[in-house]
Each structure stands twice: as C-alpha cells, then as structure tokens.
Design a protein around this ligand. Structure first.
Ligand code: APR
Ligand code: PHB
Length: 390
C-alpha cells in the first residue's frame, strides 16, 4: 500500500487531518487500533471553542453539530454555596459549543468514508520505519496479515498511550510533565441538565463539574483520589457527593437520573518537544496532555492538525518547507498557553491533599477577584473561548 500521508489514530486529530488533507487534494490512510464502534461510543470531552466550530464548518462537517450542538454564552463558577456567572460572549464576543467528542468523531468518519477515504480499524502492531529518510513506512497487522504502508510523511495522532511518540529517539526529545494528586470521575446520566450553562464548583469536599450533552443527557464530574477504583463509587455515592459539592444557598436543585456510563481518568500535564522528528509529526494527545479543567484537549488537537494540513498542502503544492519547519514551534506556543490556563484553572477549583488554610484563603481570594473584577473575568473568558492569535 502507498499513500502520501500515513496517519496513525482515528481520534479527532487523525480523522480531521485526513479530511483537511483530502480537501487540499492530498491522499492519506488512517490506521486505528480499535473498532469503529468503540471510537464512536467512547465518551470523552465536549467543549468546542468557536474557532474549532468555524473550522469544522469550513471543512463541511458541521451539519449535525449546528443542529445538535448547544451554543453557550457563559459559564458559572460556584463556591461557598454562591454562584457567579462569567459572561463569555459579553466579555469576548465569542461563544463555545457543547458537542461530544465522539459525535465529532462520528461526523468525521462518515465524511471520510463518503469521500472514499481509507480508515482501517482494528489494526495492530503498528511500527514506524525510515523516519530519518524521505521514504518512511508504517508496518502493521490487519485481518491477520502483515502489511506495509509506504508514505511521504507519518502523522502520529495516536493519543497519549500510542506508539508513535516512542519512535522518536530519546535523545531527540524533551518531555515536560506534571502529575496531579487527583483524578476525575466522569458520569453520563439520563436526566435533563439542571443548569443551562456549565457549572464549575470549588467545594471543601473537592471539585465538581456539571455539564451536558443534550436536553436529555447530563455530564458530570467529581474530583476523586488518583488510582481510586470505580467500584468504590456506586451510583448512590456519586449522586450524594455531587449534591453536596454543587449545593447552593438559593434553592437550586440537582436532578438525578440513571447513570449510563462512568469512568475515572487520571489528570496530567505533558508536553513533548519538538512535535516533529524527521518525517514524523506528532499531533494532539500524542504530543501533549492538559488537565481537563480548561476544556482545551480537543481544541488543541484540532489546532495542531489545522496548521499541519496547511503546511503539508503548501509543501505538496510548491515544495516549500518553511511552514513544515515552523509547525512544531507554532503549535507549542498554543500548547503552553493552554497548559498555563489549564493548570491555573485546576488550581483555582481543586482541593489538593496537602492544602492548608492559607492555600484555601488564596483560592477564595482568586474566586472573589473573578467575581468582582472585569479584567480578571475577561482574562478567564478569552482563554476559555480560545485565543485566536497565540
Ligand atoms: N495504533 C493505532 N491506533 C492507535 C494506537 C496504535 N498503536 N494507539 C492508540 N491509537 C488510537 C486510539 O484508539 C484513538 O482512537 O489513536 C486514537 C487517538 O485518539 P485520541 O486519544 O482521541 O487523541 P486525539 O485525536 O489527539 O484527540 C485528543 O482526546 O483525550 C482526548 O482530551 C483529549 O479531547 C482530546 C482529544
Ligand atoms: C464536558 O462537558 O465533558 C466538559 C466540560 C468542561 C470541562 C471538561 C469537560 O472543563
């Protein structure tokens, strides 16, 4: 098999890259370890920056997103039983859209297949070869057979646990990492959202988040201890804890319903530099992870491949290497802006095991500042809706 761009991973990064390249007249093949059903059902993040929505629209894959996505103009911060709204659109002129990552994945898979694109599911043993030369190849197994995909460049879009990053020699990469002393327990519940907007709650019992997926589906998260087994969280305990952490002193009520999906995800910050090695380009979670508090993960993956598709298209059109050479540094500026914002927002709202009374007072002072200073609220808002120029 031969193609121009060999893409490993059919998450938002790999699928969108394949689609954008197709629009530029560049061929690609996507290799995915899991089944189509698995990637389409996996419940993940759900907040799209306006710039992400506009890109999906321009790429012709936003039909269902426009019909079913929920456009929001503000978020709520809660602490000590009080609520404070950050009016994102008043402060920035921009909005966010809530639309599940697996819905983006479904739309992209459909668009690729309708356009005759090749997405191979359930491949295994992916190995990269010849990255330092100009004829790289991806070896893999599919349908019980060894296969080889020859290509011009490889896009490693295989997420944090993928294999592409390890194909870069250790001496050729620098890793920047931070672990957090907590994880997020996420649940999807069959009940109408209890709030019209996303609620971020800082409570003495830990952080809680109320989000949504549709008028009938609520998405909720609880800060829990890292490595906590999900068995310790029967549904009754989850609701009890959500009720306690989200409680207000003005009679707001959290509606409960059947829990359809639940899982615990560890929290980390991670960046590999540079994001390119020879003919290998690492995009999305393969290159960087941010804590989910700022809702930046999927938006960063989209930004990476937008710039990469443009750079590859320019290279194929004219032979220009400048945009490809600038790609990693261009992406890393946005990645580090998002790391700063996400770690800041994580610290603002979570309760770390060693936090003392001083730390809590500082946290409260920051929340008070956001509630009383337009400059402080605007800074949060412009990061949250996504900076156009970084
Ligand atoms: N071979 C082939 N495919 C692989 C391999 C492998 N060895 N390892 C992983 N994959 C696949 C995974 O099954 C997954 O479908 O790569 C895909 C990576 O997709 P994502 O993890 O969704 O990563 P990305 O496309 O970068 O999107 C980032 O995902 O975790 C969220 O918050 C994050 O929203 C952000 C988004
Ligand atoms: C979600 O809806 O899944 C969500 C919302 C906000 C976040 C993270 C996740 O910060």
């Amino acid at each position: 098999m031969r193609t121009q761009v060999g893409i490993v991973g059919a998450g938002p990064a790999g699928l969108l890259l394949s689609h954008l390249l197709h629009l530029e007249g560049v061929d690609s093949v996507v290799l995915e370890a899991r089944s189509r059903d698995h990637v389409e059902q996996r419940v993940r993040a759900g907040v799209l920056e306006q710039g992400t929505v506009e890109l999906l629209e321009a790429a012709g894959v936003a039909g269902r997103l426009r019909r079913q996505g929920m456009v929001h103009h503000g978020i709520e911060l809660r602490s000590g039983g009080r609520r404070h709204r950050v009016p994102l659109t008043d402060l920035t002129g921009r909005s966010i859209t809530i639309y599940g990552q697996q819905e983006v994945v479904k739309d992209l898979i459909q668009a690729r297949l309708e356009a005759g694109g090749q997405v191979l599911f359930e491949v295994s043993d992916v190995r990269l070869e010849g990255l330092d030369g100009d004829r790289p190849a991806i070896r893999f197994r599919a349908a019980g057979q060894d296969q080889e995909l020859a290509c011009d460049v490889v896009a490693g879009c295989d997420g944090f646990h993928g294999v592409c990053r390890d194909a870069v020699p250790e001496a050729a990469r620098a890793v920047f990492e931070r672990a957090y002393p907590f994880a997020w327990l996420g649940v999807l519940a069959a009940v109408a959202p209890s709030s019209e907007e996303i609620v971020y709650a800082a409570s003495d019992r830990g952080f809680a988040l109320h989000s949504m997926r549709s008028p009938e589906l609520t998405r909720l998260y609880l800060q829990v201890d890292p490595d906590e087994p999900i068995e310790r969280w029967p549904d009754g305990r989850i609701w009890e804890e959500l009720q306690a952490r989200l409680a207000t002193d003005d009679g707001w009520a959290l509606e409960e319903g059947p829990i359809l999906d639940k899982g615990i995800t560890g929290m980390r910050s991670f960046v590999v530099e540079p994001m390119r090695h020879g003919r290998l380009f690492l995009a999305g979670d393969a290159a960087h992870i941010v804590p989910p508090t700022g809702a930046k993960g999927m938006n960063l993956a989209v930004a990476d491949v937008r710039v990469l598709a443009e750079a590859l298209a320019a290279w194929y059109r004219t032979g220009a290497t400048g945009p490809l050479e600038a790609w990693s540094a261009t992406c890393l500026r946005r990645v580090w802006r998002a790391q700063d914002f996400s770690t800041w927002m994580t610290g603002l709202l979570h309760r770390a095991p060693g936090d003392d009374a001083f730390q809590r007072r500082v946290q409260q002072a920051r929340l008070d500042y956001l509630a009383t200073s337009e400059a402080a609220a605007r800074s949060l808002a412009e990061n949250y809706v996504g900076l156009e120029r970084v």
